[in-house]
Ligand binder design. Structure first.
Ligand code: NDP
Length: 337
C-alpha cells in the first residue's frame, strides 16, 4: 500500500509538542521540513548536546534543549534521530523514564524496534517513518516541492491512532508527497541488513576478484581503475536502472554489450548465491546473530587506531590488489582527479 498526502489527517498534530532527538543528517532535514509544513516553531524542540549540531539548530531558529530528560517530559511526539547504536542507551536511560504514557515515538530505521532494544510502555504509539534518502536529499527535494521515497508503519498501537499519527508526521516531513510505502520494522531491517551484509559484500568481492584476474592478464592499474569505477560508469548504470528499469537500462549500451550481459547473466547458475543469501538473511540477520555480535563491539567503534575494529577492516581491505593499485593511481593522478 502507498499513502499519499490525502491519507493524512493533520488535525491529529494540533497542539502537540514535537521533539527531535538529534539534529544531524535526518534530524536537521526533518525538523526544517516539518516547520515549513506549517507546524508552529513554538511547538518544536530540538534536543541535542552542546555542540556544533546544537549551534546549527539555534542558528536555524529552533528552540534547543540540552537536557534530554527535560525535552522528553514535554514531548507528545518524539523523533529518535540519533545514530542507531546510540539509541538504546540514550533512550532507555534518559528519555523513556520521562516520557508521557501516550507519547508517540518515531524511528527512522527499524533496527532497534525489530530487535526490541528500546523500552516502550504499552500505552505509547511507536511508528516508523524511514526516508530512503540521506538527510540532505530529504531537505532539498522538499524545498523543490518534491517528495522522496519513505517507508511507514505502525509498530505499536498504544492509542489506537498510531498509523494515523505516522501518516500525519510523514506528510509534514514531506514523505507522502510522492507516496510513502507501507512497510514494517522487520521488512526495513531485513532489507537494510541484507543489502549491507549479503548483496554489497558480494559486489565488493566481485570487483576485487575481477581486478586481480584482469591485472594478471596484463591490464594496467590506471586502465582498470577507470574502466571499473573511476569513470563513474557503474554510477550511471544504476542511475539509468532507477530511471528506465533494471533491465531496460541495458538498451543504452552497445549491442555487443547488451548481448554479452544478458546472455552471461542468464547462463549463470544463481543456486550457490541463493543459498549464501538465505544463510545471511536467516542465520545472520533475522535471527539476531549480527545484532548480538555488533552490540559487543559497538563501544570499540569510538576508539582510535587499531583499537577500533572498523579501522582494522579498512586496513585489511586496502591491502587487496585493488586497494593498493587504486592508492598508486590516485597518488599519480592527484592533480587531475
Ligand atoms: P547522525 O549521525 O547524522 O546523527 C547525529 C545526531 O545524533 C546529532 O544530533 C548528534 O549530536 C547526535 N548524537 C550522536 N551521538 C550521540 C550521543 N552519544 N548522545 C547524544 N546525541 C548523540 O544520524 P542520522 O541522521 O544519520 O541517523 C538518525 C536516524 O535516521 C538513524 O536511525 C538512521 O538509521 C536513520 N536514517 C538515516 C539515514 C541517513 O541518510 N543517514 C537515512 C534514513 C534513515 P552530537 O553532536 O551531540 O553528537
Amino acid at each position: 500500500k502507498i499513502y499519499y498526502d490525502s491519507d493524512a489527517n493533520l488535525g491529529l498534530l494540533d497542539g502537540k509538542t514535537i521533539v527531535f532527538l538529534g539534529f544531524g543528517n535526518q534530524g536537521a532535514a526533518q525538523a526544517q521540513n516539518l516547520r515549513d509544513s506549517g507546524i508552529s516553531n513554538e511547538r518544536i524542540i530540538v534536543a541535542n548536546r552542546r555542540d556544533s549540531y546544537a549551534e546549527d539548530a539555534i542558528s536555524k531558529g529552533f528552540t534547543v534543549e540540552h537536557d534530554f530528560a527535560k525535552a522528553a517530559a514535554q514531548a507528545d511526539v518524539i523523533f529518535l534521530l540519533v545514530p542507531d547504536q546510540v539509541q538504546p542507551r540514550l533512550f532507555n536511560t534518559e528519555v523513556a523514564p520521562n516520557l508521557k504514557d501516550n507519547t508517540a515515538i518515531v524511528v527512522a530505521s527499524g533496527y532497534n524496534v525489530f530487535f526490541k532494544l528500546l523500552n516502550f510502555k504499552p500505552s505509547q504509539d511507536v511508528v516508523m517513518v524511514a526516508p530512503r534518502m540521506i538527510g540532505s536529499s530529504v531537505r532539498s527535494l522538499f524545498v523543490k516541492g518534491k517528495g522522496f521515497p519513505c517507508f511507514v508503519s505502525s509498530e505499536q498501537d498504544g492509542t489506537g491512532k498510531a498509523l494515523e499519527i505516522a501518516l500525519a508526521l510523514s506528510r509534514v516531513i514531506g514523505a507522502t508527497k510522492a507516496g510513502a510505502i507501507a512497510s514494517s520494522a522487520r521488512e526495513e531491517t531485513a532489507m537494510d541488513l541484507f543489502a549491507e551484509q549479503g548483496l554489497w559484500p558480494n559486489i565488493i568481492m566481485l570487483f576485487r576478484e575481477a581486478f586481480s584476474v584482469l591485472k594478471e592478464a596484463g591490464c594496467s592499474d590506471e586502465a582498470l581503475c577507470y574502466e571499473m569505477w573511476m569513470s563513474k560508469e557503474p554510477a550511471e548504470i544504476f542511475e539509468r536502472a532507477a530511471e528506465d528499469g533494471f533491465i531496460q537500462q541495458l538498451k543504452h549500451h552497445s549491442t555487443v554489450s547488451q548481448y554479452g550481459q544478458l546472455n552471461g547473466a542468464l547462463s549463470l547458475d544463481g543456486a550457490g548465491a541463493r543459498e549464501h543469501f538465505k544463510h545471511i538473511l536467516y542465520n545472520q540477520v533475522l535471527n539476531g546473530k549480527f545484532q548480538q555480535e555488533f552490540s559487543k563491539i559497538e563501544d570499540d567503534l569510538e576508539k582510535e587506531g587499531d583499537a577500533n575494529p572498523l579501522n582494522i577492516l579498512y586496513k585489511r581491505s586496502e591491502e587487496s590488489e585493488l586497494g593498493q593499485a587504486e592508492k598508486r593511481v590516485r597518488a599519480r593522478l592527484a592533480g587531475l582527479l
